[in-house]
Design a protein around this ligand. Structure first.
Ligand SMILES: *[C@@H]1O[C@H](CO)[C@@H](O)[C@H](O)[C@H]1NC(C)=O
Ligand SMILES: [Zn+2]
Length: 116
């Protein structure tokens, strides 16, 4: 794969909109966002899976940008009982666990985050 090919299929980070760069990951090449640590593994199959290093996850989700352009769903906030929350499904890199769903309350004066 030439550099041009990679650039032609250049992706932008879904979390902070900066251009992703190609880096060497544990299992092969990864698309990496140098701004917010988003990693997208370049796989044989195109998947929508997002992998994170766990220790970086809380930092990323603590940022406002992480939740821009994220879909909301019906979910009750455990803190303020608001009925809608933004949600993201994230596969953590450390284990073969199912996707973890992260929520953030849509109530701007609450902004509570939780996971399932
Ligand atoms: C939003 O959050 C505030 C602070 O927790 C709470 O008082 C208020 O009732 C919430 N509003 C809605 C619509 O859930
Ligand atoms: Zn809330």
């Amino acid at each position: 794969m030439s550099c041009f090919c990679i650039k032609a299929m250049l992706l932008f980070c879904p979390l902070c909109s900066n251009a992703l760069t190609v880096g060497q990951g544990e299992l092969g090449l990864d698309f990496v966002c140098e701004t917010c640590s988003f990693v997208h593994q370049i796989d044989q199959k195109i998947t929508n899976r997002v992998y994170y290093k766990l220790k970086e996850l809380d930092d990323v989700l603590g940022g406002k940008e992480a939740w821009e352009n994220v879909d909301s769903t019906e979910a009750e906030c455990p803190k303020c009982s608001h009925k809608r929350a933004y949600f993201m499904q994230i596969q953590t890199r450390s284990a073969d666990e199912p996707m973890t769903t992260f929520y953030k309350c849509c109530n701007a004066s609450c902004n509570n985050q939780w996971r399932e």
